[in-house]
Design a protein around this ligand. Structure first.
Ligand code: GDP
Ligand code: MN
Length: 392
């Protein structure tokens, strides 16, 4: 099915007057920022950018979360950069770290192995915990229970265009569930088995795709080419069984089975995912029984430790299984950057949801990255402007 303009129009073209827009009622929503105390400078940069380009008009509240207590410097400093309501929450150990059904010793060994294999963040235990928290717990945090929508913010992000309308209200009006600005390819070695489990979830629960799932599936080779493949190629072999206890949703061993990472039951993951450091989404999507079942099954496989599953592919594959293209909004009008990857509205494909093989306009990301490395002069100018703005 073609994912086209009719499913996902730009909410607003051109600039609105934010001072008029603010007269419309607010949505029950908040910014969510998970961070460590030591990340304060990066968090401040992000808040400055969010405030300057959007929240100085709209005044949405912030919820800061941390697996440790935020110190007073962090809290006091943040309050200097926004006049919006701010709350700081500590994450309960039950939502962070190893659950009791997992053998922490085995998990730690798994993580150490990924470190040895030089998998990005693979050897970093806290990163695994962070990914699992953002996959299955953030939306249950007590400070978020009162909200229906969230907008995720990370340290070291930057908006470089004014957002002159309320994206939450636009999402509500258009009946959207999940919004993104950048979609990229995941590092294969961080998720060798993720797709096997995600497609098993679909199969076990008799879920038929509403059209979004296909965004994550590598197109199959032509029929003739399949015939040419050597017999018994695991890629196109029939399903290899997954552990029974995991399929039943019972606590598994927390260790993924030794399998050929290429064996994915005929469907192959194209590694695409919505880059989750930016997200605007409905919390009740995550709070649904379907999502909970999905998370539980993925979690029980042990993939958050034995591999380094990110929350981005988890959110994306859950959306792929449970949502339709019309539930997704591509914020192609947001100028956004996180570290080396950025989305510039001027380069955005105007009317289409990105889809394989052009998913996430990789050419643009490559350009952004190379420019960033080369110290692109337009970026320098923009940074200088930003400094000037804040110096006033
Ligand atoms: P990257 O964007 O994938 O390079 O990963 P980050 O280091 O930015 O981590 C993603 C998000 O999780 C950011 O908001 C971090 O501040 C946060 N984060 C990562 N690890 C931890 C942790 O151990 N504790 C807390 N409180 N936040 C973390
Ligand atoms: Mn980050």
């Amino acid at each position: 099915r073609k994912i086209s303009e009719k499913y996902d129009k730009v909410f607003t073209t051109g600039c609105l007057d934010p001072k008029k827009e603010v007269n419309a009622p607010r949505v029950n929503a908040a910014f969510v920022v998970l961070a460590r105390n030591k990340e304060l400078p990066g968090v401040i940069d992000s808040i400055k950018s969010v405030e300057r380009h959007f929240n100085q008009w709209f005044h949405y509240p912030y919820v800061f979360l941390n697996n440790e207590e935020f110190n007073s410097t962090f809290k006091e400093t943040i309050r200097n950069y926004t006049s919006s309501p701010v709350e700081f929450g500590k994450i309960d150990p039950s939502s962070w770290g190893y659950p009791d059904w997992v053998d922490a010793r085995v998990a730690k060994e798994g993580i150490a192995k990924q470190g040895d294999a030089a998998i990005m963040y693979g050897g970093m235990e806290s990163y695994h915990h962070m990914c699992r928290f953002y996959s299955g717990f953030f939306y249950k945090h007590e400070l978020l229970l009162k909200y229906d929508w969230y907008w995720r913010v990370e340290p070291d992000i930057k908006y470089f265009c004014d957002i002159t309308y309320d994206p939450f209200a636009a999402m509500v009006k258009a009946n959207k569930t999940y919004g993104f600005t950048i979609a990229v390819k995941e590092l294969k070695e961080t998720v060798p088995n993720i797709f096997r489990y995600a497609s098993a979830y679909k199969r076990v629960n008799n879920i038929t795709s509403q059209g979004l799932w296909e965004m994550f599936v590598e197109p199959k080779p032509e029929k003739e080419k399949i015939d040419e493949l050597p017999k018994g190629d695991p890629k196109y072999d029939k399903e290899k069984p997954l552990p029974e206890d995991i399929l039943r949703g019972e606590p598994g061993s927390g260790t993924l089975p030794e399998i050929d990472p290429e064996a994915m039951e005929g469907e192959i993951y194209n590694m695409c995912h919505f880059w989750s450091n930016f997200e605007i989404a409905r919390l009740d999507f995550f709070r649904s029984k379907e999502y909970e079942d999905f998370f539980t099954m993925m979690d029980r496989s042990g993939g958050f430790w034995m591999e380094r599953w990110g929350d981005a592919p988890i959110h994306s594959l859950a959306a792929g299984a449970l949502l339709s293209p019309s539930d997704i909004h591509y914020f192609r009008d947001f100028g956004y950057r996180h570290t080396t990857i950025q989305h510039c509205p001027a380069n955005a494909p105007a009317r289409q949801m990105p889809r394989a093989p052009y998913f996430g306009t990789p050419d643009m990301n490559a350009i952004a990255e190379s420019r960033h490395r080369a110290g692109d002069s337009s970026m320098k100018k923009e940074l200088a402007e930003e400094e000037e703005y804040w110096a006033k």
